[in-house]
Design a protein around this ligand. Structure first.
Ligand code: SF4
Length: 205
């Protein structure tokens, strides 16, 4: 799915896969209550992707707000898919003007709006391009499996924190090997931190 698939949206709506309230499971905001809005569509097809983002329902911004204001939390995390395919500044300002702080989790292929309050880039594919279009972000988070090469920090967007996130698979032994591999990477390159997806460990969404 790419920009063309969402081209039919009105400027007052978004194609939403799911909205849920949970804890941020990884990275620099780990453990913080957050309202997750997963938008439909992605411009990449990563072979390790475990996210269901294809289907979505077109919702007006007001309809989304009606749902999110039921939760006692002022942080929205936009995720996907690739949420920036739909998140124009006008749409972001709607939620900012309603008092929300907004974090985004992006694959690094799109320029990020300055309206976001917290930016996470997980560059997939062209790392240099990710740095070129977003030289400064809050957090770089790289999903890693055993044997993957960790890029040089200098090749990535400048960030306050750099995380490696072991990829969880359906095979516990494989997952354990990925975790062990990431631990070794951090021990040998301590500019990185380990981020384990706690929502998977404690069985929450
Ligand atoms: S960029 Fe993210 S959501 Fe899109 S295919 Fe890759 S892992 Fe899945």
């Amino acid at each position: 799915m790419n920009r063309n698939v969402i081209a039919g949206l009105t400027c007052n709506s978004l194609k939403v896969h799911e909205i849920f309230y949970s804890l941020q499971g990884e990275g620099g905001r780990q453990g913080e209550a957050s309202i997750f809005i997963r938008l439909a569509g992605c411009n990449l097809r990563c072979d390790f992707c475990d996210t269901d983002f294809e289907d979505g329902t077109e919702m007006t911004l007001e309809a989304i707000h009606t749902i999110v204001r039921q939760f006692p939390c002022q942080w929205i995390v936009w995720t996907g898919g690739e949420p920036t395919l739909q998140l124009t500044d006008d749409r972001l300002w709607f939620f900012k003007n309603n008092g929300y702080k907004q974090a985004v989790e992006s694959n690094g292929t799109q320029k990020l709006s300055p309206v976001f309050d917290y930016t996470v880039v997980s560059p997939k594919g062209n790392v240099e391009y990710a740095k070129q279009i977003n030289p400064q972000v809050d957090e770089v988070r790289l999903p890693l499996k055993k044997g993957d090469t960790l890029p040089a920090i200098d090749s990535l967007p400048k960030a306050k924190k750099y995380f490696v996130s072991p990829i969880f698979t359906d095979h516990p032994q494989e997952t354990k090997e990925n975790i062990n591999y990431c631990v070794k990477q951090v021990l040998s390159r301590p500019q990185w931190k380990l981020s384990v997806q706690i929502h998977k460990l404690i069985g929450i969404e």
